[in-house]
Ligand binder design. Structure first.
Ligand code: DHB
Length: 684
């Protein structure tokens, strides 16, 4: 659901919940039927007389409208006699008196109970506030500095060439961290820069600063080091960056499962992005103070994969935004800028509050498969990744349940509203819309991305196999069928893919808070999960009317009134026990985790250069998600290199040579176009 709609809905929901929790359940006229709390009933005759007097006067229009009324009753539409308040007051019995007194007691006790509960809630909140305060006071303070003598000289090999650098490790980037073991970074500087030398054409003054993060699954991420082998073999991104003349600042970052000694969660959203920003600010501080001897702080490049790719994108989209200032101040981040130059986002699991709709747009009704579509190499083939069979997911294939199918259809339909509101344009200025059935120019754009990926692979000598979702004519890939594609690769995730009804997804845990492990982050899943049991407004109105009538009828029957009041209290108690907004992240936090709300806005500086990659076999999020990000960035003036990549699934760092070529080219591009405004580069 689009964000604004969500907020609107959330506001409506809040109003509904507030009404449910605080407001009396029945209109005043109806409640007047309850006995006043303080009035002790002693004389039945007086009470009934008073009750009769309180009955509002009825203006009798029967003379004027007799013909009409008669007509009305003739059709059987008139109020049945059983629903009219009896004119004669029945005699009070001893049973009635007992019921009246019981009702009085019930109301008194309930009022007391409510007061006690209110007091208990206030006391618990006070206690929590005290614990929070103590926790704050006990946080260790670190100084944001760098001991320039404390380093290790290291030499490692990249493709047979020695790379020598100084390593400064475990540097706290937040003065008041919640998780000191994570809120620190590793800094690596090519040795040449200490001797007036240059690497790859860069000097100490001009070297880009590469800031990779190791976050995956929104879990805590360690600080990267150059010595770990890349999962694709050979030197990893840190070491390659050093070999290409970059200074590297690799932060560890808090994640969703971290808890402090008191059991409070300290890495829930937006902790991850707050840490990344604090790390950027710390690097700028060191450079400003003359402690860091190399690196151009106007050339900071963030990089990450999956949740880490999403974080890199978020960092690139939210430069210096005031939304994060309070959080940054709280952890004692340096007072510096946090906008960056460029972003490398591999398969970013981003735009989380809209990703469910995008997923169903792509995988509507498709069964789940627990085995990935893999690049299978025919026996004897070299493992250079250039020979592939058509990707087919396998293992246990589970069709969707009826409920999942319905949710899938609904989310797919909502995707059209979300996407069309964005008004995204392609390079030629065509608006990329979709219809509710999923068709439209946006679909063609996505198909084009798969076709481009296949074409690039083909041009590179890769045999595509013979996937039934691609049409190749001669040496040209000419057609792609998204439905056949989805049927071949199948879905990885359930419905909804991200905001699970049962709160079981990693993203549900990402959107928890200090005291809550898991929460929703879309209005759709919150409501559909049934946790709130929000009444449908029409049903509620009808129920209110029915209840009002029941109270009117019971006005002179204490025993019925007692029964009604008991039911009413039970309902109120149930509603009071509803967790309501403990079960959904606040709109502000949801916003702070989604780059889409910041790109091109005056509040944030958007990085001018972006490289976004998404494997053709990736089913962790729909290609539509990074595509929407890329289009939005392009439409706002950023330079974006966005491609789907043949043969890869949910993966990153598989094309590091090209990544660093692109960084060089981006720097060159900016040098050439120094005065051309690209994306917004707001400064604080
Ligand atoms: C990652 C993968 C996911 O499928 C997801 O929902 C979140 C994160 C990851 O690999 O980081």
């Amino acid at each position: 659901m689009p964000y604004l709609k969500m907020i609107r809905q959330a506001a409506l929901g809040a109003a509904v919940c507030a009404a449910l929790l605080q407001a009396p359940l029945f209109p005043a006229a109806v409640r007047a039927a309850e006995p006043p709390l303080q009035q002790e009933i002693t004389d039945t005759a007086d009470t009934t007389a008073a009750a009769a007097e309180e009955t509002p006067a009825v203006i009798d229009h029967s003379a004027e409208y007799k013909p009409v009324v008669n007509e009305f009753l003739k059709e059987g539409e008139g109020r049945p006699a059983s629903e009219t308040v009896p004119k004669t007051v029945p005699k009070y019995t001893g049973e009635d008196r007992k019921a009246e007194n019981e009702l009085l007691k019930l109301n008194k006790n309930y009022a007391k109970e409510k007061t006690a509960a209110r007091k208990a809630r206030a006391a618990a909140e006070k206690e929590r506030a005290e614990i929070r305060e103590k926790k704050q006071a006990s946080r260790t303070t670190y100084s944001l500095t760098l001991d320039t003598d404390k380093y290790q000289q290291q030499t490692l090999q990249v493709n047979g060439s020695a790379v020598t650098f100084r390593a400064y490790e475990g540097l706290p980037y937040a003065a008041r961290p919640y998780a000191p073991e994570y809120q620190k970074l590793n800094l690596y500087v090519p040795d040449a820069y200490f001797h007036g030398g240059s690497v790859n054409g860069y000097t100490a003054e001009t070297a880009p600063i590469f800031m990779p993060n190791n976050v995956g699954g929104y879990m805590p991420g360690d600080a990267a080091t150059p010595s770990e082998t890349s999962r694709h073999g050979g030197a990893n991104a840190v070491l390659r960056a050093l070999s290409r003349g970059c200074v590297v600042a690799a932060p560890a970052i808090r994640g969703r499962t971290l808890q402090d000694a008191n059991g409070y969660y300290v890495g829930k959203a937006p902790a991850l992005i707050v840490d990344y920003k604090a790390a950027v600010r710390y690097v700028r501080l060191l450079r400003d103070k003359g402690l860091l001897p190399a690196g151009d702080t106007d050339r900071i490049v963030a990089s990450g994969t999956s949740a880490g790719g999403a974080l890199a994108a978020l960092l690139g989209a939210t430069g210096n935004s005031r939304d994060y200032q309070g959080y940054l101040k709280d952890i004692g981040a340096a007072k510096e800028r946090d906008d960056i130059f460029a972003v490398q986002a591999y398969c970013p699991i981003t735009n989380l509050d809209n990703a469910d709709m995008a997923y169903e747009w792509m995988f509507n009704g498709i069964p789940m498969a627990d085995k990935k579509p893999v690049r299978e190499l025919p026996s004897g083939a070299s493992s250079d990744g250039k020979i592939q069979l058509p990707p087919e997911a396998g293992g246990v294939v589970k069709p969707l349940t009826e409920q999942q199918r319905k949710a899938s259809a609904k989310l797919k339909e909502s995707f059209a509203t979300y996407l069309n509101d964005l008004n995204l344009k392609d390079g030629k200025g065509n608006i990329l819309n979709v219809a509710t059935d999923g068709s439209g120019l946006f679909k063609e754009y996505i198909e084009g991305k798969y076709i481009e990926a296949a074409q690039a692979a083909l041009d590179n000598g890769t045999r595509l196999g013979n996937p039934d979702w691609l049409t190749v004519s001669g040496s040209k890939v000419v057609f792609m069928d998204t439905v056949k594609y989805a049927n071949a690769v199948k879905r990885l995730k359930s419905v909804p893919a991200f905001d699970s009804f049962d709160l079981s997804s990693g993203e549900n845990s990402e959107f928890g808070d200090a005291e809550t492990d898991r929460r929703h982050f879309t209005w759709y899943s919150l409501v559909e999960s049934g946790e709130l049991n929000l009444p449908d407004p029409d049903t509620e109105k009808a129920e209110d009317e029915k209840a009002a009538l029941a109270w009117r009828l019971a006005e002179v029957k204490p025993q019925e009134r007692l029964a009604l009041r008991k039911a009413q209290i039970e309902k109120e108690k149930k509603q009071e026990a509803l967790p309501t907004f403990q079960h959904v992240a606040t709109p502000q936090v949801i916003k702070m985790m989604n780059p889409m709300y910041y790109i091109g806005t005056p509040d944030a500086g958007t990085a001018p250069y972006w490289r976004i990659r998404h494997g053709v076999l990736d089913r962790d999020t729909a290609l539509a998600v990074p595509a929407i990000l890329a289009l939005k960035l392009e439409n706002e003036g950023a330079r974006v290199d966005f491609q789907a990549v043949w043969g890869y699934g949910h993966d990153g760092d598989y094309d590091l040579d090209q990544l660093f070529d692109w960084i060089d080219a981006s720097i060159q591009d900016q040098e050439n176009k120094k005065d051309v405004p690209v994306a917004s580069q707001k400064r604080i």
